[in-house]
Design a binder for this molecule. Sequence first.
Ligand SMILES: Cc1ncc(C[n+]2csc(CCOP(=O)(O)OP(=O)(O)O)c2C)c(N)n1
Length: 370
Amino acid sequence: MVNTKEFYDYLLNNGLDFFTGVPDSLLKELCSCIKDNSDSKHNIIAANEGNAVALASGYYLSTGKLGVVYMQNSGEGNTVNPLLSLADPKVYSIPMLLIIGWRGEPGVHDEPQHVKQGEVTLRLLEAMDIEYRVLSDNFIEDLEAMVALAKKENKPTALVIKKGTFSKYDAVNKAKNCMGDILREEALEVILSETGDDPIVSTTGKESREIFELREKFHQGHEHDFLTVGSMGHTSSIALGLSIGTEKNVWCLDGDGSFIMHMGSMAIVGQNAGDNYKYIINNNAAHESVGGQPTVGGSIDIKSILVACGIKDVFEAHTKEEIKLAMEQMKKIGKCALILYTKQGSRDDLGRPTISPVDNKANFMKQFKK
Ligand SMILES: Cc1ncc(C[n+]2csc(CCOP(=O)(O)OP(=O)(O)O)c2C)c(N)n1
């Protein structure tokens, strides 16, 4: 096991003082250590992992210092373009250290969305000519090697982190963003009581897990729910495509972290969605599913963004009653959105979908057969 604080201190003592990335459950301890010990200018939680590579590149341009980019391997895909067309030695040759949480490592049981990504994690790095080490208990040696190589050859290098690598870090600063009084699961219970037989497209993380469990609890089927277990940030676009192929109302249940990850898609949604597009964003100002690291959801004006993108009718709800009232209105009007303000938290015994994604897809598609 690697001592999280010692790992962080090593980076700092070697001039790596700029951290950016998207949080990951495997890197929860490290992310919380970075959050506690770096000021807000030196730890920027990026919209997506590609943006983080760009942020680290910019920091290098003005300081000559290597940035540290942390991510779950799910985000590797988001980094491909800036790694190959910005940081690569054949382009601007910008050094940085990537820290990649290895979900779905072959031989270690994990959820379906991580299996393929886990299989190709190292191969993707190899395809990009990014040299890496899987972080071992002898972490100083691994770190020294990858930092030295990045500096010497002016290129990104990577440390791949297996599950359970980092030791528990006891956060000093435990303050969490708080946007409301009800839990996401309580809000979802009301939402599911209002959507009837309409199709739902829900976002990555605990939101989809809670929807699955609520359906079980109320002895309802899962056939109306497309649980987007991976592909973070693309829920609103899946729902847009779906809504074009059906006249049914389509309810997109998104999270603020997911919305922010690919916010540009909302401009396309706003300009192309028909009257059957109903967008509900759960704003808890956090990446709650992976440890509660903050998003900027609490400081940006999501309502104005949605309106500016072309979704003119935007409701807001803080209570179960307000959700119900808003959804009754939403069913009567055209494309529209609802912003929910919820507090962080979820059940300790929250399970995971027991139906495979392929079966989920097949069941879901049945409702559109004419
Ligand atoms: C591309 C990508 N990066 C990171 C992750 C890890 N991840 C899973 S859920 C999640 C947080 C989602 O936050 P939000 O949309 O606000 O929903 P919440 O968990 O707060 O309900 C993250 C970062 C991922 N699945 N995919």
